[in-house]
Ligand binder design. Structure first.
Ligand code: NAD
Length: 492
């Protein structure tokens, strides 16, 4: 089917271009704007208002004004807003998918997958909202009855990245709504259109004015710094790079803010000699190529037993060669462009560094001419330990393969990183799964599975991959504080 470019342009024009403050889309206080581009064509998509310090303060004034009433709404009411939003996102699925492909580059089929995945957080937290139980106990030594309950933490700053423009927003907004928190969303400046389209959808689902503000902009610190310095803000939830996460943690320390940090990763993908190699190659394709390799859970280092490494590498390269690179709106395309020129150049730099140190590219290995920021699927073998591609987050379709001799060495190689988000293990030995789970210093582990994210599961990392969990029952805890009430025992 041919691409409906006119329909896509009309869709982009229908998305609000102003900052969302107090239920209205408005210009920035200083009139500043910024531009959004299509990474597959380098074409200009839209010009939007760029938020600054005054807009941030105004949004926080509104959030504080409505926080009390919002926290007192019955949980069922907030749950039903989320359930309606879930249905509306599905009704508008094709528009959400098209916007994500246009501004971020992922193939339409994957963008549709993100709509389903992202919407699940709305449904999951609609269900969790009404199951936020407290406790009633008696003090063990008598004299007190003890009540514990959960309260919303209060106004939150939510900062999201560009790689999953819908899902990273629903993963924060849904639990915040379930808990009764007000929110200021600062989406990535590369992908604000999806965020606005989602904010409009939340309002159509019944979210009251002022509960959610959306403040994109060319200067993210102009929004975050004044908010983090204002003691009315109670929480920051961030998904993005470890570098920016550390910066925000330092700023959050002054106000002793609650923080949730979903940061970078350097996921090991371990293949043992007893693994089903065909299944491992399919798992590798999913763990590496989902989202053009631009995922914090993307397999970054393939650690393969020396006796099967040659076969695995050959089959993996063969599968990578079947990938069709192109504009994600084109039918049949399975890998889009990287998100920007800088992102593409950085991936090329990592591959050049590895090859310069002796690695060999079985397939791919150099950028594809534009327009668009394309880098082809690449498999690297003979990668020396000093290559940057093994220690830095690649964020692109590049798979370096290294080998190991025994389980102990596989674990040591896998854990040799400051990151600790996702890990993958392929083996036919179930008892080895438990040993690897014990030994791997990672918040997530896929066992014979290349994609494991799910709204019902707690997602998050250890070490420099972050703090806190999103999704699952744990996801709601991040937006609530426990209050304990000690009641004098009537019989004491
Ligand atoms: P980034 O850290 O550059 O940007 C993330 C967000 O932070 C964007 O909204 C950006 O505008 C904002 N930001 C940038 N500088 C800021 C500053 N000084 N103050 C306040 N906000 C600032 O990361 P990115 O390049 O957009 O995203 C890629 C990174 O995100 C990768 O490292 C990836 O691993 C990580 N990521 C993690 C998860 C996870 O759940 N752990 C999920 C997706 C992406």
């Amino acid at each position: 089917m041919a691409i409906d470019r006119t329909g896509a342009s009309a869709l982009v024009r229908s998305v609000p271009t102003g900052l969302l403050i107090d239920g209205r889309f408005t210009d920035a206080a200083d009139g500043a704007t910024f531009d959004v581009f299509n990474p597959a064509t380098e074409e200009h998509l839209a010009t939007l208002a760029s938020a600054g310090e005054n807009d941030a303060r105004e949004a926080l004034d509104v959030a504080c004004r409505v926080q009390g009433d919002w926290a007192r709404t019955p949980a069922r009411h907030r749950s039903e807003i989320l359930r309606r939003a879930f249905a509306l996102v599905h009704e508008r699925a094709e528009d959400f998918a098209t916007l994500m492909t246009l501004e971020m580059g992922k193939p339409l089929a994957e963008a549709r997958g993100e709509v389903t995945y992202g919407a699940e957080y709305l449904r999951w937290f609609a269900e969790e909202a009404v199951r936020d139980h407290g406790r009633f106990d008696a003090a063990p030594e008598g004299g007190l009855r003890m009540l514990t309950r959960r309260k919303p933490v209060g106004p939150c700053l939510l900062i999201t990245p560009w790689n999953f423009p819908l899902a990273m927003a629903t993963r924060k907004i849904a639990p915040a709504v379930a808990a009764g928190c007000t929110m200021i969303l600062k989406p990535a400046d590369l992908t604000p259109l999806t965020s606005y389209f989602f904010a409009q959808t939340m309002m159509d689902a019944g979210l009251p004015a002022g509960v959610l503000a959306v403040l994109p902009g060319a200067d993210p610190a102009a929004v975050s710094a004044p908010l983090l310095a204002d003691d009315r803000l109670r929480k920051v939830s961030f998904t993005g790079s470890t570098r920016v996460g550390k910066l925000l943690l330092r700023q959050a320390a002054d106000g002793v803010l609650r923080t949730s940090m979903e940061l970078g990763g350097n996921a090991p993908f371990i293949v043992f000699d007893d693994a089903d190699i065909d299944a491992a190659v399919e798992g590798a394709m999913a763990a590496k190529m989902r989202n053009i390799g631009e995922a914090c859970t993307a397999a970054n280092r393939f650690i393969v037993h020396e006796s099967v490494a040659g076969r695995f590498a050959a089959l993996f390269a063969e599968r990578m060669n079947t990938v069709r690179l192109g504009d994600g709106l084109e039918p049949g395309v399975t890998c889009g462009p990287l998100v920007s020129r800088q992102a593409r150049d950085r991936v090329a730099e990592l591959v050049d560094d590895a090859v310069g140190r002796g690695a060999k590219a079985l397939t791919g290995g150099s950028p594809v001419p534009g327009p668009g920021w394309f880098y082809p699927p690449t498999v690297l073998v003979d990668v020396p330990a000093c290559a940057r591609v093994l220690t830095e987050e690649i964020f692109g379709p590049v798979a370096p393969i290294i080998t190991f001799r025994d389980e102990e060495e596989a674990l040591a190689l896998a854990n040799d990183t400051e990151y600790g988000l996702a890990s993958y293990v392929f083996t036919a030995d179930a008892s080895r799964m438990y040993r690897m789970a014990d030994g791997l210093d990672f918040g997530l582990m896929g066992f014979n599975a290349g994609v494991i994210s799910n709204a019902a599961a707690p997602f998050g990392g250890v070490k420099q991959s972050g703090l806190g969990r999103e999704g699952g029952a744990e996801g709601l805890d991040e937006y609530t504080s426990v209050q304990y009430i000690g009641v004098a025992d009537p019989y004491a």
